[in-house]
Design a protein around this ligand. Structure first.
Ligand code: PGA
Length: 253
Protein backbone atom coordinates (compact mmCIF):
# COMPACT_ATOMS: atom_id res chain seq x y z
CA UNK A 1 0.00 0.00 0.00
CA UNK A 2 1.41 3.38 -0.97
CA UNK A 3 2.48 5.77 1.75
CA UNK A 4 0.01 8.33 3.10
CA UNK A 5 1.53 11.66 4.13
CA UNK A 6 0.36 14.79 5.90
CA UNK A 7 2.82 17.63 5.31
CA UNK A 8 2.65 21.09 6.83
CA UNK A 9 3.77 24.12 4.85
CA UNK A 10 4.47 26.94 7.28
CA UNK A 11 5.19 29.41 4.45
CA UNK A 12 6.68 32.70 5.74
CA UNK A 13 5.20 32.40 9.22
CA UNK A 14 6.62 32.21 12.77
CA UNK A 15 10.02 33.33 14.00
CA UNK A 16 12.66 30.83 15.11
CA UNK A 17 11.41 30.70 18.71
CA UNK A 18 7.73 30.29 17.80
CA UNK A 19 8.54 27.79 15.03
CA UNK A 20 10.68 25.66 17.32
CA UNK A 21 7.89 25.69 19.92
CA UNK A 22 5.37 24.65 17.27
CA UNK A 23 7.56 21.73 16.19
CA UNK A 24 8.11 20.70 19.82
CA UNK A 25 4.36 20.83 20.51
CA UNK A 26 3.71 18.61 17.51
CA UNK A 27 6.35 16.14 18.74
CA UNK A 28 4.55 15.99 22.12
CA UNK A 29 1.17 15.40 20.50
CA UNK A 30 2.63 12.64 18.31
CA UNK A 31 4.24 11.02 21.35
CA UNK A 32 0.81 10.96 23.08
CA UNK A 33 -0.99 9.78 19.97
CA UNK A 34 1.28 8.66 17.13
CA UNK A 35 0.30 9.01 13.48
CA UNK A 36 -1.82 6.14 12.15
CA UNK A 37 0.05 3.22 10.55
CA UNK A 38 1.45 4.06 7.13
CA UNK A 39 0.95 7.80 7.63
CA UNK A 40 4.10 9.93 7.44
CA UNK A 41 4.29 13.44 8.87
CA UNK A 42 6.42 16.26 7.46
CA UNK A 43 6.83 19.97 8.12
CA UNK A 44 8.24 22.42 5.57
CA UNK A 45 9.76 25.22 7.62
CA UNK A 46 11.50 28.51 6.71
CA UNK A 47 15.26 28.24 6.03
CA UNK A 48 16.11 30.15 9.22
CA UNK A 49 14.32 27.53 11.35
CA UNK A 50 15.89 24.40 9.93
CA UNK A 51 18.78 23.96 12.35
CA UNK A 52 16.76 24.62 15.50
CA UNK A 53 13.79 22.53 14.40
CA UNK A 54 16.11 19.66 13.41
CA UNK A 55 17.38 19.65 17.01
CA UNK A 56 13.96 19.37 18.59
CA UNK A 57 12.30 16.75 16.40
CA UNK A 58 12.92 13.05 15.81
CA UNK A 59 12.94 12.59 12.06
CA UNK A 60 11.56 9.09 12.47
CA UNK A 61 8.41 10.87 13.68
CA UNK A 62 8.44 14.13 11.70
CA UNK A 63 10.32 14.51 8.45
CA UNK A 64 12.02 17.90 8.10
CA UNK A 65 11.36 19.64 4.79
CA UNK A 66 12.34 22.96 3.21
CA UNK A 67 10.02 25.13 1.15
CA UNK A 68 12.36 25.85 -1.76
CA UNK A 69 15.91 25.44 -3.00
CA UNK A 70 18.09 26.88 -5.73
CA UNK A 71 18.04 25.48 -9.24
CA UNK A 72 21.83 25.86 -9.24
CA UNK A 73 24.31 23.71 -7.35
CA UNK A 74 26.77 26.36 -6.02
CA UNK A 75 28.42 29.63 -6.84
CA UNK A 76 27.70 33.33 -7.21
CA UNK A 77 23.94 33.34 -6.58
CA UNK A 78 23.49 35.81 -3.75
CA UNK A 79 20.60 34.97 -1.48
CA UNK A 80 20.06 31.45 -2.82
CA UNK A 81 20.15 28.25 -0.76
CA UNK A 82 21.36 25.10 -2.50
CA UNK A 83 20.04 21.59 -2.14
CA UNK A 84 23.48 20.54 -0.89
CA UNK A 85 23.22 23.09 1.94
CA UNK A 86 19.78 21.80 2.89
CA UNK A 87 21.00 18.22 2.89
CA UNK A 88 23.89 19.19 5.16
CA UNK A 89 21.37 20.75 7.58
CA UNK A 90 19.44 17.42 7.90
CA UNK A 91 16.60 18.29 5.51
CA UNK A 92 15.00 15.23 3.93
CA UNK A 93 12.43 16.72 1.53
CA UNK A 94 11.97 19.97 -0.39
CA UNK A 95 8.82 21.58 -1.80
CA UNK A 96 9.28 22.42 -5.47
CA UNK A 97 6.86 24.34 -7.66
CA UNK A 98 4.51 25.70 -5.03
CA UNK A 99 2.05 28.03 -6.78
CA UNK A 100 3.31 30.97 -4.72
CA UNK A 101 6.79 30.36 -6.14
CA UNK A 102 5.38 30.01 -9.64
CA UNK A 103 3.30 33.17 -9.51
CA UNK A 104 5.20 35.61 -7.25
CA UNK A 105 8.73 34.51 -8.16
CA UNK A 106 8.10 33.55 -11.79
CA UNK A 107 9.47 30.04 -11.52
CA UNK A 108 8.92 28.38 -14.87
CA UNK A 109 8.83 24.74 -15.94
CA UNK A 110 12.56 24.39 -16.83
CA UNK A 111 13.64 26.08 -13.57
CA UNK A 112 11.44 23.70 -11.60
CA UNK A 113 12.86 20.72 -13.50
CA UNK A 114 16.35 21.80 -12.45
CA UNK A 115 15.24 22.20 -8.83
CA UNK A 116 13.76 18.69 -8.86
CA UNK A 117 17.08 17.41 -10.24
CA UNK A 118 19.03 19.23 -7.53
CA UNK A 119 16.89 17.78 -4.75
CA UNK A 120 17.22 14.25 -6.11
CA UNK A 121 20.96 14.60 -6.76
CA UNK A 122 21.36 15.41 -3.06
CA UNK A 123 19.44 12.37 -1.88
CA UNK A 124 16.32 14.22 -0.73
CA UNK A 125 12.71 13.85 -1.84
CA UNK A 126 11.03 16.54 -3.93
CA UNK A 127 7.44 17.36 -3.03
CA UNK A 128 6.38 18.57 -6.46
CA UNK A 129 3.38 20.92 -6.36
CA UNK A 130 1.15 21.68 -9.32
CA UNK A 131 -2.35 22.89 -10.05
CA UNK A 132 -4.46 25.21 -12.13
CA UNK A 133 -5.59 28.80 -11.45
CA UNK A 134 -9.25 29.79 -11.31
CA UNK A 135 -9.54 30.98 -14.92
CA UNK A 136 -8.08 27.69 -16.14
CA UNK A 137 -10.59 25.71 -14.06
CA UNK A 138 -13.44 27.91 -15.29
CA UNK A 139 -12.21 27.48 -18.85
CA UNK A 140 -12.23 23.71 -18.40
CA UNK A 141 -8.52 23.37 -19.25
CA UNK A 142 -7.26 22.23 -15.82
CA UNK A 143 -6.23 18.79 -17.09
CA UNK A 144 -4.16 20.26 -19.91
CA UNK A 145 -2.45 22.68 -17.50
CA UNK A 146 -1.59 19.96 -15.02
CA UNK A 147 -0.36 17.63 -17.76
CA UNK A 148 2.03 20.36 -19.01
CA UNK A 149 3.29 21.03 -15.47
CA UNK A 150 4.15 17.36 -15.03
CA UNK A 151 5.50 16.82 -18.55
CA UNK A 152 7.81 19.83 -18.41
CA UNK A 153 9.19 19.48 -14.89
CA UNK A 154 9.12 15.83 -13.76
CA UNK A 155 8.44 13.45 -16.65
CA UNK A 156 12.08 13.72 -17.78
CA UNK A 157 13.07 11.68 -14.71
CA UNK A 158 14.09 8.04 -14.83
CA UNK A 159 11.64 5.59 -13.29
CA UNK A 160 13.90 5.19 -10.26
CA UNK A 161 14.06 8.92 -9.64
CA UNK A 162 10.37 9.48 -10.32
CA UNK A 163 9.57 6.88 -7.66
CA UNK A 164 11.20 9.16 -5.05
CA UNK A 165 8.80 12.03 -5.79
CA UNK A 166 5.83 13.05 -3.71
CA UNK A 167 3.21 14.93 -5.72
CA UNK A 168 0.86 17.59 -4.39
CA UNK A 169 -2.15 18.75 -6.36
CA UNK A 170 -2.99 22.25 -5.19
CA UNK A 171 -5.68 24.04 -7.18
CA UNK A 172 -4.53 27.64 -6.85
CA UNK A 173 -8.07 28.90 -6.35
CA UNK A 174 -8.30 26.82 -3.18
CA UNK A 175 -5.03 27.91 -1.54
CA UNK A 176 -5.51 30.15 1.46
CA UNK A 177 -8.96 31.13 0.19
CA UNK A 178 -11.11 28.92 2.39
CA UNK A 179 -12.57 27.62 -0.89
CA UNK A 180 -11.71 23.94 -0.78
CA UNK A 181 -12.00 21.72 -3.85
CA UNK A 182 -14.81 19.23 -3.43
CA UNK A 183 -13.64 15.71 -2.63
CA UNK A 184 -14.96 14.73 -6.07
CA UNK A 185 -12.92 17.44 -7.81
CA UNK A 186 -9.82 16.32 -5.92
CA UNK A 187 -10.41 12.66 -6.72
CA UNK A 188 -11.03 13.41 -10.40
CA UNK A 189 -7.72 15.25 -10.78
CA UNK A 190 -5.75 12.76 -8.69
CA UNK A 191 -7.08 9.90 -10.83
CA UNK A 192 -6.21 11.83 -13.99
CA UNK A 193 -2.66 12.39 -12.71
CA UNK A 194 -2.27 8.74 -11.72
CA UNK A 195 -3.35 7.75 -15.22
CA UNK A 196 -0.78 10.13 -16.73
CA UNK A 197 1.92 8.55 -14.54
CA UNK A 198 0.77 5.09 -15.62
CA UNK A 199 1.07 6.17 -19.25
CA UNK A 200 4.61 7.42 -18.72
CA UNK A 201 6.05 4.99 -16.15
CA UNK A 202 3.61 2.07 -15.99
CA UNK A 203 0.86 1.00 -13.63
CA UNK A 204 3.11 -0.16 -10.78
CA UNK A 205 4.87 3.21 -10.47
CA UNK A 206 1.55 5.05 -10.74
CA UNK A 207 0.04 2.88 -8.05
CA UNK A 208 2.97 3.53 -5.72
CA UNK A 209 3.02 7.33 -6.13
CA UNK A 210 1.81 9.38 -3.18
CA UNK A 211 -0.40 12.25 -4.39
CA UNK A 212 -1.37 14.83 -1.77
CA UNK A 213 -4.18 17.34 -1.96
CA UNK A 214 -3.57 20.93 -0.84
CA UNK A 215 -5.75 24.01 -0.55
CA UNK A 216 -7.76 25.07 2.51
CA UNK A 217 -7.56 21.57 3.95
CA UNK A 218 -8.43 21.40 7.67
CA UNK A 219 -9.67 18.85 10.17
CA UNK A 220 -13.29 19.64 9.30
CA UNK A 221 -12.90 18.57 5.66
CA UNK A 222 -9.83 16.30 5.69
CA UNK A 223 -11.69 13.06 6.50
CA UNK A 224 -13.89 13.36 3.43
CA UNK A 225 -11.05 14.40 1.12
CA UNK A 226 -8.62 11.73 2.39
CA UNK A 227 -11.30 9.05 1.98
CA UNK A 228 -11.06 9.34 -1.80
CA UNK A 229 -9.14 6.41 -3.32
CA UNK A 230 -6.51 8.48 -5.16
CA UNK A 231 -5.97 11.09 -2.44
CA UNK A 232 -3.05 9.99 -0.25
CA UNK A 233 -2.98 12.82 2.26
CA UNK A 234 -2.56 16.56 2.33
CA UNK A 235 -0.22 19.51 2.05
CA UNK A 236 -1.51 21.83 4.72
CA UNK A 237 -0.79 25.55 4.87
CA UNK A 238 -2.68 27.69 7.38
CA UNK A 239 -3.98 24.78 9.45
CA UNK A 240 -0.45 23.46 10.03
CA UNK A 241 0.40 26.50 12.17
CA UNK A 242 -1.84 25.17 14.94
CA UNK A 243 -0.32 21.96 16.36
CA UNK A 244 -3.55 20.40 17.74
CA UNK A 245 -5.38 21.16 14.47
CA UNK A 246 -2.54 19.71 12.38
CA UNK A 247 -2.49 16.66 14.66
CA UNK A 248 -6.23 16.17 14.03
CA UNK A 249 -5.61 16.30 10.28
CA UNK A 250 -2.90 13.62 10.69
CA UNK A 251 -5.64 11.49 12.27
CA UNK A 252 -8.15 12.08 9.48
CA UNK A 253 -7.58 8.78 7.63
P1 PGA B 1 -3.62 26.46 2.68
O1 PGA B 1 -2.25 26.31 1.86
O2 PGA B 1 -3.84 25.14 3.38
O3 PGA B 1 -3.39 27.59 3.62
O4 PGA B 1 -4.69 26.73 1.67
C1 PGA B 1 -1.89 25.12 1.24
C2 PGA B 1 -0.56 25.29 0.53
O5 PGA B 1 -0.36 26.35 -0.06
O6 PGA B 1 0.30 24.40 0.57
Amino acid sequence: MRKRIVAGNWKMNTDVTAGTQLAAELMTLLAEKPAPDNVGVAIAVPFTHITEVARCIDQKVICLAAQNCSSESAGAYTGEVSATMLKSASVMAVLVGHSERRSYFHEDHPTLARKVDQVLANGMRPVFCFGEVLEEREGGIQNRIVEAQLMESVFHLSETDFSKLILAYEPVWAIGTGKVASPEQAQEMHKYVRDLIAGRYGAAVADGTTILYGGSCKSSNAVEIFSKPDVDGGLIGGASLDAPEFHRIIHSF
